[in-house]
Design a binder for this molecule. Structure first.
Ligand SMILES: [Zn+2]
Length: 127
């Protein structure tokens, strides 16, 4: 039995680079081949093809909920960043990126924050 899944929809997330809200259009398709066998557990643990799944040949139902969840997760890109313009320019929040760049090149200028205060004690230990 061969099942075919089309993932088509939108996901609300934030940009990995600048933190701006981001709507991603998802589109992907997956095939799953279900085979009826006598010993599905052993067959599944020995099967290397992720598109093949074994169930007991006496089984009358097969739940696809977990598979749909998995396929949706797989269709979300690993890196989620703001779109580029037609000229290939980033549409990320430039203000945020400038701030991040400033902190990176001058880590000492990070505003005084209580949570870092105790770490100052360790600053010169390595010298
Ligand atoms: Zn961005």
């Amino acid at each position: 039995m061969q099942l075919h899944f089309d993932v088509d929809g939108k996901v609300e997330t934030i940009c990995d680079r600048c933190g701006n809200p981001l709507t991603l259009q998802l589109w992907d398709e997956f095939n799953l081949i279900i085979k009826l066998v006598d010993d599905p557990d052993t067959m599944n643990s020995n099967e290397e093809d992720p598109d093949i799944f074994y169930i007991d040949r006496h089984e009358s139902h097969f739940s696809v909920a977990a598979w749909i969840f998995e396929f949706i997760n797989l269709s979300i890109p690993l890196q989620k960043v703001c779109k580029e313009t037609e000229k290939g320019e980033s549409t990320c929040n430039k203000e945020i990126l400038d701030q991040l760049q400033k902190f990176r090149s001058n880590p000492n200028e990070i505003p005084n924050n209580k949570i870092w205060k105790d770490l100052d004690k360790f600053k010169n230990l390595g010298d």
